[in-house]
Design a protein around this ligand. Structure first.
Ligand code: HEM
Ligand SMILES: [Cu+2]
Length: 543
């Protein structure tokens, strides 16, 4: 992609990091880049809060007696872990940080369409986070992240309403961000940035934004109903009062299955950028990748019933949901195929970001294939609510989405901060995370298959070996997640200046200085070339 803008020296326009140093200048900023950094701080904090809960869970599971935590304490630990990781890390992670930072830069705009609403999204996120912390400190919640009724409305002790309010509020943050992205992509593309030239990262966030805007309100409404039933005793889900407990599950998964694509579609987008930059090649099957994101966003709305195969759904409905769930794997498979085809005969550089991308593909494929197994009715009846399901979704959400988040962090860190980090440490971290992850979660497939139920912390002694393996893997994983904190922060002071395009990548974001100036582009860029226009010809295309 070439740009009509003249080359600029960084001294001409101060970087966004230098546009005011006071706390106030940060907390009242409407610059999408600064808001992205604010989000980065906030989600990192929650990643570590959720991580501490995970560490407690794994420590407790190292012995069959569940000796560390009480029964109540264990329930609270996994609820906190789930709520924080899903709503305060995974959902906002890539969109709110890298999406915020990069969408305007990638499409040649000066900011998002609604900069103040963007800042409001961040404040809503923080407010919701405070509600969660309050629920935690005041005594915790023990319903699990799914808040199933009648447990959550009738029986659960603890601060359920505070936690529900937190999720309701963070939902508004999601909706605002999604709306902002959609309008920005429609309205603020620079001249020449046609839909067919849109970076695939932007395509994936566009599809994600559709889900954010269409699915989140269903959750918001549902959780308000739960609050009403819990506080007033009006029968909505309680069958004694004429309610229907299954209604809860339908509405919950109507949001929460699409929500898993909110977590993983942005990761797909990151992968498309990392793979092309590493291979220095034009992406294979641009339109297939772009449209498969949209296809996933649409089909993802039609499969929620696969969470309810054994919950009293009719066999006919289950068969239909089973078929559709298998269908939703097709567009994901298309993407994996296209990334691998892109790498084929590329001149690959083993940068840390690329190693994370490879880790993603390996782990995501295992997660996706086991998802297919779960989508088969007969298999699911056997492994539903066991560790098999736990392993499946961690392979996708942690092995996939979190690994992609780290890949993005290593790829765009020089752009965001203007500094290079230590490449060797980056490579070591990618390897540690891959190893630690597999050691933690692969044994859980076996555990689940052998019958270990999820959400129990006392188990028969014959399961201990696999649990200990898993806990040992979790400590390696923890080291992998902590290391970047050291070398990335170290790079802020001691890293080499990155230059505008350290990886030799294409894309408008690499044409501006690193860190970018407060005003992204001195002149309106004009795009005249296709995306991913690397010099090497694509050996698989017939041009
Ligand atoms: C390849 C496509 C996929 C298929 C066919 C699939 C299938 C399934 C099925 C059938 C279940 C229900 C298992 C049970 O409860 O017995 C399930 C659970 C789950 N999946 Fe997937 N899945 C896929 C992709 C994903 C993705 C992309 C994510 C996340 C980013 C994800 C996250 C989850 C979660 C969180 C659960 C468990 C929810 C809970 O009960 O707490 N799945 N999956
Ligand atoms: Cu699902």
């Amino acid at each position: 992609m070439t740009v009509g803008a003249t080359l600029e020296t960084p001294s001409e326009r101060a970087s966004y990091l230098r546009a005011g140093y006071s706390l106030r200048s940060w907390l009242t900023t409407t610059d999408h880049k600064r808001i992205a950094v604010l989000y980065l701080y906030a989600i990192t904090a929650f990643f570590f809060i959720g991580g501490i809960a995970a560490a407690l869970i794994r420590l407790d599971l190292a012995t069959p007696g569940g000796d560390l935590l009480s029964n109540e304490g264990y329930n609270r630990a996994f609820t906190l872990h789930g709520v924080v990781m899903v709503w305060f890390f995974l959902i906002p992670s890539i969109p709110a940080t890298f999406g915020n930072f990069l969408i305007p830069l990638m499409i040649g705009a000066q900011d998002l369409a609604f900069p103040r609403i963007n800042l409001a999204s961040w404040y809503l996120y923080v407010l919701a986070g405070l509600f969660t912390l309050y629920a935690l400190i005041a005594g915790g919640v023990d319903t699990g992240w799914t808040f199933y009724t009648p447990l959550s409305t009738l029986f659960a002790n603890g601060y359920v309403v505070a936690a529900l309010l937190a999720v309701i509020i963070v939902g508004f943050s999601s909706i605002f961000t999604g709306m902002n992205f959609i309008v920005t992509v429609h309205k603020l593309r620079c001249p020449g940035m046609t839909w067919s030239r849109l970076p695939l990262f932007v395509w994936s966030l566009y599809a994600t934004a559709m889900i954010l805007v269409l699915a989140t309100p269903v959750l918001t409404m549902l959780l308000i109903l739960v609050c009403i039933e819990r506080l007033s005793g009006i029968g909505i889900f309680n069958p004694d009062l004429g309610g229907d407990p299954l209604l809860y599950q339908h509405l919950f998964w109507f949001y929460s299955h699409p929500a898993v694509y909110i977590m993983v579609l942005p990761a797909f987008g990151v992968l498309s950028e990392l793979v092309t930059a590493a291979a220095r090649k034009r992406i294979f099957g641009y339109w297939f990748i772009a449209y498969s994101s949209v296809a996933i966003a649409v089909i993802g709305f039609l499969v929620w019933g696969h969470h309810m195969f054994v919950a009293g759904e009719s066999t006919y409905a289950s068969a239909v949901f089973s078929f559709l769930s298998i269908a939703v794997a097709v567009p994901s498979g298309i993407k994996v195929y296209n990334w691998i085809a892109t790498l084929y005969k590329g001149s690959i550089s083993l940068d840390p970001a690329f190693l994370f991308a490879m880790g993603f593909i390996g782990l995501f494929v295992i997660g996706g294939l086991t998802g297919l197994m779960l989508a088969m009715l007969a298999v699911d009846v056997h492994v539903h609510d066991t560790y098999f399901v736990v392993a499946h979704f961690h392979y996708i959400m942690v092995g996939g989405a979190v690994t992609a988040f780290f890949g993005a962090l290593h790829f765009w860190w020089p752009k965001i901060t203007g500094r290079m980090y230590n490449i060797t440490w980056g490579r070591i971290t990618a390897a540690l995370i891959f190893l630690g992850f597999n050691l933690t979660f692969f044994p859980q497939f076996i555990l689940g298959y052998l019958g270990m139920p999820r959400r129990y912390h006392v188990y028969p002694p014959e399961f201990q070996v696999l649990h200990v393996l898993s806990s040992a893997g979790a400590s390696i994983l923890a080291v992998g997640y902590l290391l970047p904190l050291i070398y990335l922060l170290y790079s802020l002071r001691h890293g080499q200046p990155a230059g505008s395009n350290p990886w030799g990548a294409t894309g408008l974001e690499w044409t501006v200085p690193s860190p970018p100036p407060k005003q992204n582009f001195a002149e309106m860029p004009v795009v005249t070339r296709p995306p991913y226009d690397y010099p090497i010809r694509d050996p698989m295309s017939r041009e």
